[in-house]
Ligand binder design. Structure first.
Ligand code: NAD
Length: 245
């Protein structure tokens, strides 16, 4: 990964930060983008100190096309043109759809769906021009399951899976890698606020570093693929955050 420039959204903490660390450790230059600009800067400084890599923190709101374009532009000025984009920013509020405010439904669609299409368009345009590059979209095992208490979230992640696979077919023949990742239940702030699912204990809550290692391996191999947890059979059989309503 030496000399490659990696842009990661929602990377001030959680899976994004672990992914930033894995790329930095493999010699890449990393731009951490997050809506929490202060935390992005602090996380970048701490990571740079830990790894000796060049890491910068930039504020970005992935729902805003101008802000996302600004992330690409600022990163290019600071560390060079992007070679890899990881669309990782996402939110997962838990609750029955009928109790969810329209605003919260829209917010999930804005971040989990529009954030991914905004970033993919910006990256695809640039990468196609150069005939190289890699886009990684973080979906979830919720992209292939349907859980009570996560209707909107599941819908957004089903979108990310279908969208990314179609985009892979469009871009891969032209030298641009496209990968979708489907993590299971991962131990981060996002999942900490939710009802602990029955299957979490059986899975022993995998760590963000597991996901990060999978992403680096996929990009390094330049393979576009769908990644599912090994214990998927278990997940499909018993996954439910809330009882069926
Ligand atoms: P997290 O809550 O720990 O981190 C998400 C980051 O995204 C935060 O730093 C937040 O500030 C940032 N963010 C939120 N809105 C943003 C916006 N509009 N623009 C830019 N940044 C924004 O979450 P996580 O657990 O690390 O999840 C990362 C991704 O992995 C998400 O897409 C999530 O859906 C997916 N995922 C997580 C799990 C899990 O169990 N944690 C499982 C499967 C998939």
């Amino acid at each position: 990964m030496q000399g490659r420039v990696v842009l990661i959204t929602g990377a001030a903490r959680g899976i994004g930060l672990a992914t930033a660390e894995a790329f930095a450790a493999s010699g890449a230059t990393v731009a951490i983008g997050d809506i929490d600009g202060d935390l992005a800067s602090r996380s970048a400084a701490a990571l740079a100190a830990r790894t000796d890599a060049t890491v910068v923190g930039v504020r970005v709101d992935v729902t805003d096309r101008e802000s996302f374009a600004g992330f690409f532009a600022e990163a290019e000025t600071l560390v060079g043109a992007a070679d890899i984009l990881i669309n990782n920013a996402g939110i997962m509020p838990t609750g029955y759809f009928v109790d969810e405010s329209p605003g919260l439904t829209d917010r999930q669609i804005d971040i989990n769906v529009r954030g991914v299409t905004n970033g993919s368009r910006l990256a695809a345009t640039r990468f196609l021009e150069r005939g190289t590059g890699h886009i990684v979209n973080i979906a979830s095992v919720a992209a292939i399951t349907a859980e009570a208490g996560l209707a909107t979230y599941c819908g957004t992640k089903h979108f990310v899976l279908g969208f990314t696979e179609a985009l892979r077919r469009e871009l891969h023949p032209h030298g641009v890698g496209v990968t979708v990742v489907l993590p299971g239940f991962i131990n981060t702030e996002l999942s900490a606020g939710t009802v602990v699912p029955r299957w979490a204990h059986a899975l022993a809550c995998r760590e963000p570093e597991d996901v990060a290692a999978g992403i680096v391996a996929a990009v390094r191999a330049d393979s576009s693929r769908v990644t599912v947890p090994a214990s998927l059979g278990l997940l499909i059989k018993s996954m439910a955050l809330l009882p069926e309503r």
